[in-house]
Design a protein around this ligand. Structure first.
Ligand code: BGC
Length: 751
């Protein structure tokens, strides 16, 4: 509906009707105004399948949802590094929503994985904002192509479950922009989600729901968001102030209490009615966008979507380790060990939990293969070794040619609502793996988990497959990989540290009471491990294949650009092995020299290519200013320092295969104000300033000849360099503070 018509409708609504429109009618619906033909609109979780509650939805939204299809969770889909695949998955989800009458699916969830402990990491994408925002954008594109909205969430800086409704994320401006906002930015700007969900927590003291800075200035003014902002369920704490900040729709519903506050505030003049009108306009705009594009013929073919879930899962499973043990010979005697071979853990707990219409386990897939046996190995309800199950598994492993252990984290170890306490798998499972590996040289571990685990047995097994939480078709996808029907192509969207204590947020994660300081700053994930040159268990971007890829011909269209230009980078990738496969080409940029503290390198683009044996394809990337920039708190904007940058092409963040140095020239000058405290060294950076200063200081500065001032090995020169302009007053004599001030004024007057 065109805006004019919506405005006409709003003009006909009473203040009470408008106030009511600003909050849910119930747990999942917006308000209807029958007399004006405004329908109620249903929203539902999301995001890796539909959690649509039927009409009997209870107030807590906790009753069973309809039977649906569970796709791989965010942890896995990000590992695919495949935008096209995510768009296809989105199209399927969008169609499901059309068939079920859902206007907005509540996701994707892009919060950065600050720590492996976050209970909701399984729903989130990455420790890297580019991966998070690109994968989210691809999913949004697919869903919205079916005229169904998305709600990118949880905006902003909601990176832990501990005290999630009251915690205060204390983050500096640069870190917010480079890491936490960036996870949303690309997707919001490029794919224009219909809605955004604001988080529960505070950001630097102000609740997300009340945060004008982010809900309005950033989201709308800077990024051009034009949909409506809804609250996370129960995130509203001051309805009137939230509305002023830019929170349009309160969810679920205060059963009228907050609507009354809105009416009163307008009546007593503390809230401008125009703000209410705008919020209603935004909500109706989306309500009608959906209504007018309803696909009444949409059919939800669950079996077909189950196959799609398997296809997605095939690309979300990361081959972490393979010492010539995989793929397995389908004819060999193999034992599948572990409860998850029969009852896979394939999704996480909480609001994204899908009521799967069917689940395929690995044992279902191999049920007709008499060469494959099964041993349960462990119970997963409690972390206690079951000696009988353990002994049976070890016995079976002894007799087989290979043992595949289906292990991972039980439901009780990770979920929405609470964080993990440690990074370990249950002891009983670790013990099982060790004992089986002692008797069976060809032991492979398949992991079912939403976040990294420590692997004390890493050197004792020959194969490790990270299945993440790969949805209801996981058994099929895992078998496809194990038996080589599908060539693994996923890569880790996060670092697996050797131990929890290595993680950069370790010292301050959870915070003190509600106060959570993000003390590691921009050094999240690989940005930290690289800078510290730390060994990790598996690095960001790592993932093996059954074929081999070689890279050559790294080229740039221009070796020198201005920061207003773009640069095209191309590289050839060849499949040098015997099996067709897909490769994720990763492009990192490293600033060779910088006056600000920067990571060693940062992922700036990636692409996934499919190659037949012997085939070569050229992959191209277009880099713009952002690829070279950091966020400057001096100008409150992105900035590139003139200088050299390395373009690095990697198979992972720790396996860089090609590099090229280019030059970028800045067109922006960061204003610099001279003071009497400005150092001699800083003045030397500007030739004209230095000429002036030299005249003032006379021949030598502390007896150091000008020619030697730049000599880094000259101790006196170093002392002189760090001397403030006022230094000569105390050390040289003959000049006064007033003289220095005159110099400072002259320096500041220079163009
Ligand atoms: C979660 C959201 C979810 C909402 C509705 C909240 O508790 O944080 O992610 O969309 O509930 O179920």
């Amino acid at each position: 509906m065109i805006l004019e018509k919506i405005r006409e409708l709003v003009a006909q609504m009473t203040l009470e009707e408008k106030a009511a429109m600003c909050s849910g009618a119930d747990f999942w619906h917006t308000e209807a105004v029958e007399r004006l033909g405004i329908p109620a609109s249903m929203v539902s979780d999301g995001p890796h399948g539909l959690r649509k509650q039927d009409e009997k939805a209870d107030h807590l939204g906790a009753n069973e949802s309809i039977k649906a299809v569970c796709f791989p969770a965010g942890c896995g889909t990000a590992a695919s590094f495949n935008r096209e695949l995510l768009t296809q998955m989105g199209e399927v989800l969008g169609n499901e929503c059309q068939a079920e009458g859902i206007s907005v699916i509540l996701g994707p969830a892009v919060n950065i994985k600050r720590s492996p402990l976050c209970g909701r990491n399984f729903e989130y994408y990455s420790e890297d904002p580019l991966v998070a925002t690109e994968i989210a954008g691809a999913l949004i594109k697919g869903i919205q192509s079916k005229n169904v909205g998305t709600s990118i969430k949880h905006f902003l800086a909601n990176n832990q479950e501990t005290r999630r409704l009251s915690s205060d994320s204390r983050i500096d401006e640069r870190t917010l922009n480079e890491i936490y906002l960036a996870a949303f930015e690309g997707a919001v700007k490029k794919q224009k989600p219909w809605t955004v969900m604001c988080s529960y927590n505070r950001i630097n003291g102000i609740y997300a729901a009340q945060n004008h800075e982010y809900l309005t200035k950033t989201l709308r003014d800077k990024w051009g968001f034009d949909g409506y902002v809804m609250s996370d369920w129960g995130a509203v704490n001051n309805r009137v102030e939230d509305l002023k900040a830019g929170l349009d729709l309160e969810m679920p519903t205060s059963l009228g209490a907050n609507d009354k506050l809105i009416v009163e505030a307008v009546q007593n003049g503390t809230l401008d009615e125009k703000i209410v009108d705008t919020a209603v306009e935004r909500i109706l705009n989306i309500v009608f966008r959906y209504e007018e594009n309803r696909d009444k013929n949409a059919v939800w073919d669950k079996d077909k979507d189950h196959e799609m879930a398997r296809k997605v899962a095939q690309e979300t499973i990361v081959l972490l380790k393979n010492e010539d043990v995989l793929p397995l010979d389908e004819k060999a005697d193999i034992v599948f060990i572990g409860k998850y071979a029969k009852e896979p853990r394939y999704q996480g707990g909480g609001s994204s939990h899908i009521n799967s219409f069917k689940i395929t386990s690995a044992m279902d897939i191999v049920s007709e293969m008499s060469n494959i046996t099964y041993a349960q190995g462990f119970q997963d309800e409690e972390d206690k070794t079951d000696e009988k199950l353990l002994a049976e598994a070890v016995e079976a492993a002894k007799k087989a040619k290979a043992a595949v252990i289906f292990a991972g984290l039980p439901d009780a170890f990770e979920s929405e609502g609470f964080d993990r306490k440690h990074m370990s798998m249950p002891d009983c499972q670790n013990e099982l793996i060790e004992k089986v590996a002692e008797v069976q040289p060809n032991t492979i571990v398949v992991l079912h988990n939403g976040s990294p685990v420590e692997m004390p047995w890493v050197n004792k097994v020959k194969g490790i497959v990270e299945a993440y939480l790969s949805g209801q078709a996981v058994g099929g996808a895992v078998c496809d990989i194990l038996f080589g029907k599908v060539n693994p192509s996923a890569k880790l969207p996060e670092t697996f540290p050797l131990k929890l204590e290595d993680n950069p947020s370790y010292l301050s994660y959870f915070g003190e009471g509600d106060m959570v300081e993000y003390r590691e700053g921009i050094f999240v994930g690989y940005r930290y491990y690289d800078k510290k040159k730390m060994d990790v268990l598996f690095p960001f971007g790592h993932g093996l294949s059954y074929t081999t890829f070689e890279y050559s011909n790294l080229n740039v269209d221009k070796e020198k650009i201005k920061d207003t230009d773009t640069m095209t980078v191309s590289v050839d990738v060849t499949n040098t092995g015997k099996m067709a496969g897909k490769e994720v080409v990763q492009l990192y940029v490293a600033d060779r020299k910088s006056t600000v503290i920067r990571p060693v390198k940062e992922l700036r683009d990636f692409a996934k290519v499919e190659l037949a044996p012997g085939e070569t394809k050229t992959v191209s990337f277009v880099l713009d200013k952002r690829a070279f920039a950091y966020y400057s708190v001096k100008i409150h904007d992105w900035h590139v320092e003139t200088g050299e940058f390395d373009i690095l092409i990697g198979k992972s963040s720790r396996d860089i295969v090609l590099s090229k140095t280019v030059t970028v020239e800045s067109t922006v000058k960061i204003p610099f104000t001279y003071t009497t405290d400005t150092t001699v060294g800083d003045v030397m950076e500007e030739p004209r300033a230095w000429e002036l200063a030299k005249k003032f200081m006379g021949k030598g500065i502390f007896g150091v000849d000008e020619r030697n001032l730049k000599d880094e090995d000259d101790a006196a020169a170093q002392m002189a360099k760090y001397t403030p302009l006022r230094g000569p007053v105390s050390f040289q004599g003959g000049v006064s503070m007033a003289d220095v001030q005159r110099l400072v004024d002259e320096l500041n007057a220079l163009e």
